[in-house]
Design a protein around this ligand. Structure first.
Ligand code: SAH
Length: 212
């Protein structure tokens, strides 16, 4: 994670990966925010996931580092960001991690990616309805079932296929619009409150889990 932070801060001098004002708080505002997903849901080992609109690798790279069996594909429509993400993956020597350049709407029609993923992650990419539309083509039609019951030790045992997106602010309008989508089985919102993490405490940040 330290190498990742060091590479992000290096590249951020020439390309906008995170806002300048966030550089000092990168650990709490970006790394912890990305990692918070793993404090709240149990992602099964060897799951295959897509980070849609990864930017500089958030949340995909911290998730891959902290959950090494995850197979992750990092997608972004900005070529220079994907070049940087590829450089970072090479520097970190992460296995089963790929960077691809393309628009979600188009890549979802590509045979290599269509129906191939258990999970789609997205952070700060688009509204929920658009994310649902973009994610669905990537997801497998039937998933890995939660093996140990739905809740255990405060974790949500997530069942795939699902979209997991980090959201803030007032979500009610977005949620009621997205709920109209006929493929959705369930939407859950989880408060990202972590004991002692001031950046997340009271910030209203949420993890939205959409199961199909
Ligand atoms: N997830 C990162 C970046 C958020 S910015 C983070 O949390 O820091 C949103 C990113 O989504 C940008 O890098 C942008 O290039 C990408 N993006 C926007 N529309 C996209 C699309 N249709 N397909 C793929 N990537 C897209």
């Amino acid at each position: 994670l330290e190498t990742f932070v060091e590479r992000i801060l290096f590249w951020n001098k020439s390309i906008n990966l995170i806002s300048r004002k966030d550089e000092e708080s990168i650990w709490s505002s970006h790394i912890l925010h990305s990692a918070a997903i793993l404090f709240k849901v149990r992602i099964p080992n060897n799951s295959k996931a897509l980070d849609l609109g990864t930017g500089g690798g958030f949340p995909g790279i911290p998730l891959k580092i902290l959950h090494p069996t995850l197979q992750i594909t990092l997608l972004d429509s900005t070529q220079k960001k994907i070049k940087v993400v590829q450089e970072i993956l090479d520097a970190l020597k992460l296995p089963d991690a790929h960077a691809i350049w393309g628009r979600a709407e188009e890549m979802g029609r590509n045979q290599e990616h269509r129906g191939r993923y258990d999970f789609v992650f997205a952070r700060a990419v688009s509204d929920l309805t658009t994310l649902v539309k973009w994610s669905l083509p990537f997801l497998r039609s039937s998933g890995l079932e939660g093996r140990e019951g739905r809740r255990q030790l405060g974790y949500l045992n997530i069942e795939s296929p699902a979209l997991l997106t980090l959201k803030g602010g007032d979500l009610e309008t977005e949620l009621s619009r997205a709920r109209k989508h006929k493929s959705i089985r369930e939407i859950q919102t989880i408060d990202l409150i972590l004991k002692g993490a001031d950046q997340l405490e009271g910030s209203g940040k949420k993890l939205v889990v959409v199961r199909f």
